[in-house]
Write a protein of this length. Sequence first.
Length: 261
Amino acid sequence: MFPVNAMAKYGWIEKFNEKVLQLDALLRFFAIASPQRWEAIWGHELQTAFRKKESSPENAAVISAWLRKGEIDAQQQNCESFDKQKFRNSLTEIRSLTTIDAPKIFVPKLESICAAAGIAVVFVPALPKLGIYGATRRLNDKYIMQLSIYGKSNDQLWFTFFHEACHIIKHSHGELYIEGHGQEDEKENEANAYARDMLIPPKELSGFLVFAYKPTLTQIRKFAAHIGIAPGIVVGRLQHDKIIPMSWGNDLKVRYEWVEG
């Protein structure tokens, strides 16, 4: 059920040829005593998160492994107790980080700002067939916001961040929220709208399109600088709204790749 090779490649577990030893490594990774405990804990939580929709055991195993790695990493972060208002107030500063291309610069700043509001931001590489951009859930007195950079571009990354931020601010009741697998419901739609409008305010976009119905790259760069976000995010929005083709303007996006070690 579990993507053992990928988990071992990322250093999450040790790889064994002997099945009994491999099972023991998985149990230690999940900090449980038996496969039955995995079903009781993770199977139940994922079933709830997917609103009782059908999900194959293999799919649940991949998702649970990815989520568990996020828990392990989050437990190693020092965070203040969760403060919703402080987090809400920090979003303008966080939005300004979108203009920084280099993860080695913006990631520590993002982690620090969020940790001060009681949120552990963790970047965990997507396992094969994961299909998830981000997830949010409560862990004791703090929240975990887990990001996979599944889309591999800055517009996807920052949209996911503000999507998950909406869940924390507006839907925070300790539930597990997962962005991916085509889920659509009222809360997911609200989170999408929140991320969309936080990144590009509707009035600003409307005003821009009045003068640039078929925008050039130069116009996109100027508009992005005017509203204080990365031009690649504007490209992603215009592509999504079918104002420009999906194949056009992608050079303005920043692409990310995981580097082993």
